[in-house]
Design a protein. Sequence first.
Lengths: 104, 334
Amino acid sequence: MIHITIEDRNGDRQPLEIPEGISLSLMEVLKASDYPIQATCGGMALCATCHVAVLEGADALPPVNDAEGDLLDTLPDADTDSRLACQLRVDETMQGAIFRIRAE
Amino acid sequence: MITTDICIIGAGPVGLFAVFEAGLLKMRCHLIDALPQVGGQLSEIYPQKPIYDIPGFPDVKAQTLVDNLMEQIAPFHPSFTLGERVESLERQPDGSFHITTNEQTVVHCQVVVIAGGLGCFEPRKPDIAGLEQFEGKGVAYMVKNPELLRDRRVVLAGGGDSALDWTVFLADIAREVTLIHRSDSFRGAPDSAEKVFELAKDGRINLILQSNISSVSGNGHLQEVTITAKDKTVTNLATDHLIPLFGLTPKLGPIADWGLQIDKSAIAVDTVDYSTNVERIYAIGDINTYPGKLKLILCGFHEAALMCQSAFKYVYPDQKLSFKYTTVNGVPTF
């Protein structure tokens, strides 16, 4: 099991357990867990409606790819801890990480 | 005025295939798309990417699929309005519609089919206090005519390619150019970033890094922006123009105001015929939603076929629809 923690826009934290080898992005897992993520573009790093902040565990995650970086760069409210959930595979690199949902 | 049977909003793969299904039922189509070319996301975003889940095509390049669809619908002579965005919809006494674009193109149609995909891409607006009241009064989200900025003071905000490119371009035109970026580096094209740093070093532009615009003020017209740095230092800067360039984000746009039932930025439809809650308006493809919805091109094709069977009654109210296979009947052109 991969254990992560999600902080919603109200600051409430909930643990989330995801089976290993599930081959889903964090965006897909958040949507499936009924978090209010719009994911308008369906995971193509176009809309930023799955913008999250990595509060803990950022270093273990794979680096920002070009499509993700280009979009994050255009966001007015992105920060150094910003990622797009659609570009993050849920796997062991995420073990113990804490994510805050940023996008409206 | 353009007169047609079905007006399709969105010329992506699903909108294009709807022309074919409509054509089999002798319904004419006119398509409107905000992009300057047909194909929607396929042509605009990933023309060279392969698609693996189109039935009968083990793999097909996105642009090839669009080209093939255009060939497939050619016998039905669809007409197009490209590079224009649909603004308003007006119901006529007989139930038909007048659709008007931002360029004042008017289409008269019996049925409206929204095949708008992600929606249309609109500038992303930053969260800056007071920003909206100065839109059109010093604040703009794109540079339409750089000549209007000649000898003026211009503040640009953003860190992407367009922010860099416009900074370089306007350095020669405007009286004073300031670029504000929240980080201290740029991911955009290295050439443009280097040029911007050079211009700053030569004193030809002001480059303010690690900072954001926190508020704007003025008296009827923009006069000043307030800049808050990462270290919380606050400075005010007098300016005539502010151009926030934070990329584009897909939005439903004016369609959201047509009285349609919207669920999480998608249009709710009845899966019997993909009709919306407004009579004679259908929504197909990625823009609609229903229980079990899958955003797949092949699902959009299916939706297009069923939609046409239902729309027929509005185009030919006195005729009975009889379903015919193309293998039996061929493709009856008009």
